[in-house]
Design a protein around this ligand. Structure first.
Ligand SMILES: N[C@@H](CCC(=O)N[C@@H](CS)C(=O)NCC(=O)O)C(=O)O
Length: 228
């Protein structure tokens, strides 16, 4: 039976925009595994209650249910060990990259695309998203993104400096070949790309060149995805 992945979707169910779900889409493609994606919306908590979580991604494979993108990547390496490795052994540096991306890069991206995310959501999700995110940020969605053209985008580009340094020295974050390190950040950029046309990266940024190559991986998995 095919692997099933519950993925965050917009009002248009073809718009899949969760950074964590994109990491797993890329991870599955890396492993050469087929997947059936199931569109899930923020307010459909009951649909994933069987997994004892309120968040996606949720992966179901051969009767097993796994939640949390990092844990899913570990599971895929453990279970499909004859396929190309994603994490490879004891991935302390990848754990760091994962935590840094979630904790530093995501807030910087959110400061730019938060209102765009809201705009792609179905009506029930829009109300939920506005309420939960405005509570978390302590201001309106419009206020969060008000300075995105100036300080917002500058803050994101500055935060990405370590990535720029690495990509000046090697073609992929994984080294000579792409691996889960690349999928972590590609997933984050795909989150923004799915919901927004705002240019996160300057054209001459080495990260933009890497991103262009990343979009074409696995027959253009990211490049061909539906966008708002
Ligand atoms: N640490 C989790 C984070 C998962 C997560 O936060 N998912 C978001 C979608 S991007 C979610 O389901 N949010 C539900 C909500 O905000 O109610 C992972 O890596 O999978």
């Amino acid at each position: 039976m095919a692997i099933t992945l519950y993925e965050l979707a917009g009002a248009d169910p073809a718009i899949r925009f969760s950074p964590y779900c994109w990491r797993i889409r890329l991870a599955l493609a890396h492993k050469g595994l087929a997947v059936k994606g199931v569109a899930w919306r923020f307010t459909e908590k009951s649909k994933i209650a069987f997994a004892k979580t309120e968040r996606v991604p949720v992966l179901v494979d051969a009767g097993k249910t796994i939640v949390d993108s990092w844990r899913i990547a570990e599971y895929l390496d453990e279970t499909y060990d004859l396929h190309p490795p994603l994490l490879g052994g004891t991935p302390a540096h990848l754990r760091f990259l994962n935590a840094w991306t979630d904790g530093v890069v995501h807030p910087a991206i959110a400061r730019i695309v938060l209102k765009d995310i809201h705009d792609v959501l179905a009506p029930d999700d829009q109300a939920y998203f506005r309420e939960t995110r405005e509570r978390a940020f302590g201001m309106t969605l419009e206020q969060v993104v008000a300075d995105r053209d100036t300080t917002g985008v500058a803050a994101l580009r500055a935060a990405l400096a370590p990535i720029r340094t690495v990509l000046r020295a090697q073609p992929w974050l994984g080294g000579e070949a792409h691996d889960y390190a690349d999928y972590i950040l590609l997933g984050s950029l795909q989150w923004a790309r799915s919901v927004s046309r705002f240019p996160l990266l300057a054209e001459d940024d080495p990260i933009a060149e890497w991103h262009a190559r990343g979009l074409q991986l696995f027959d253009g998995l990211l490049a061909h995805a539906r966008r708002a």
